[in-house]
Write a protein of this length. Structure first.
Length: 451
């Protein structure tokens, strides 16, 4: 499908529908450009963080990230089923920027009579727009604070600029028809009840053939013969063009319409696009996923812990039993925090290491070696339950259950022992309660990695 020349297209200058679309395009484009800089949405390749609404998500948040990706995918399909390509025509940055480049080109050709000069100015403007867009795209994957090594930044920026420039110079709205996956899926998703722009064929003889609707379409469609065409972006400019024209009938010939198949469902539901059981199920699934995703995101804690026992390191002598553990601390905050450890559930259990408070860097995951010990004769052989409590300087403590393993003794509370597998040991009831704290004013050297 060949698109009309930008200088031939004449979009409507007025009309409530057209102005509403322009306002929404400006808002969504500003959000798209500013999102990575203000922390609205960004994926930092350097540190492996997804930033969403100012909150960082790491590998420990895969469940919430997967739920969010599934929700976005379902939203895309649900929107396409109910409202066709309304996103393409009203909010997509590709459409908005393509229209902007074409509008600049029309203005330049209108004011500059020399065609060569006009084309050169229009091309230079397109290059500048492409470079501006590329700076935003780069920031979606490299944090603005971490992307300044100039060689790397130059290579990535010029590479993206070249791709965007080719798109704006040669493809523009062809991108929506030939490249965009969302656009290509439309023919599969939409059906005879999907929202589209329709021409009233029963009143065809009222058309004055002014061609205002045809010239308003940057996709090159003639709505009089291409009614409800899947290539239509549902921008509604053809509707605005005929509504403000005095030569067109007062009762519009072109309107938004939910497909060609009528529904007997209540009018208040049909106005929202829900006209059959299929759409009702899709909307229900979308709302359920939104609730689940919201709960997962709201359930994230500023500090999360995970403790893994290393029973192969358990030792026993005449006086002491020692167990080793790996404690993982995930800090979701943008600032470092210090935490202290406490133990509950076993009287006499104490912390040998770390010997100081633990400092966790901002938005990092910290791995700490923990060694616990207890008098050799105090506990029965096998697995004994206790709880680890991590107390941050500010905020609520976080707890997790664990086990203290006592190897088989060769004699009554004496001699060394070969450590058996704890899988065959019976679990014993919890004993007593004692807390062992750390001095929060000191710090310890620990292994940290990006969460």
């Amino acid at each position: 499908m060949s698109l009309p020349a930008a200088t031939w297209v004449r979009p409507p200058a007025r009309g409530r529908l057209h102005r509403s679309r322009r306002a929404l395009q400006v808002v969504t484009s500003l959000i798209f450009i500013a999102a990575p800089f203000v922390g609205l949405l960004r994926f930092d390749l350097d540190v492996g963080h997804l930033v969403l609404f100012g909150t960082q998500f790491g590998l420990g948040d895969l469940q919430a990230i997967y739920a969010l990706l599934i929700l976005v995918t379902v939203l895309i399909f649900a929107g396409a089923l109910l409202y066709g390509r309304i996103y393409c025509g009203w909010m997509c940055p590709q459409t908005t920027l393509s229209e902007l480049v074409e509008a600049i080109e029309r203005r330049v050709h209108k004011r500059v009579k020399a065609k060569g000069v006009a084309k050169g100015i229009a091309t230079l403007t397109t290059v500048l727009v492409s470079a501006f867009v590329s700076a935003s795209l780069v920031s979606y994957f490299l944090s603005p604070a971490m992307r300044w090594p100039l060689p790397r930044l130059a290579v990535i920026s010029w590479g993206i600029t070249t791709v965007v420039l080719i798109g704006f110079l040669f493809l523009r709205h062809q991108f929506c028809l030939l490249v965009c996956p969302y656009g290509l899926l439309q023919n599969i998703i939409q059906d005879r009840r999907t929202l589209g722009v329709a021409f009233d064929t029963a009143r065809r003889d009222e058309c004055t053939n002014c061609l205002l609707c045809v010239r308003a379409c940057f996709m090159g469609l003639d709505i009089r013969t291409d009614s409800l065409d899947p290539r239509c972006l549902n921008c509604g400019d053809c509707i605005s063009a005929t509504r403000i024209a005095k030569r067109c009938p007062e009762q519009p010939l072109i309107t938004f319409q939910y497909g060609t198949e009528r529904s007997a469902w209540p009018a208040w539901l049909r106005k929202t696009g829900i006209s059959d059981a299929r759409r009702l199920v899709v909307v229900g699934i979308t709302l359920a996923l939104a609730v689940v995703t919201a709960k997962l995101l709201a359930g994230r804690k500023d500090l999360e812990i995970d403790i893994a026992a290393q029973f192969e390191r358990a030792t026993i002598n005449a006086e002491t039993v020692r167990n080793g553990y790996k404690l993982t601390l995930r800090n979701r905050l943008q600032r470092p925090i210090k935490v202290a450890l406490e133990l509950e559930g076993i009287s006499g259990l104490r912390i040998d290491a770390p010997a100081a408070a633990i400092e966790v860097g901002p938005t990092t995951e910290t791995l700490v070696d923990v060694v616990l010990s207890a008098p050799a004769c105090q506990f029965p052989e096998g697995v004994n339950d206790f709880r680890v409590r991590v107390i941050p300087e500010v905020g609520h403590p976080v707890e997790q259950p664990s086990f203290f393993f006592v190897p088989t003794r060769r004699s009554a509370c004496g001699g060394s022992s070969v450590v058996p597998s704890p899988a065959s040991s019976a679990s014993s009831p919890a004993l007593g309660s004692q807390q062992s704290g750390l001095d929060p004013s000191s710090s310890t050297s620990i292994q940290q990695r990006s969460s």
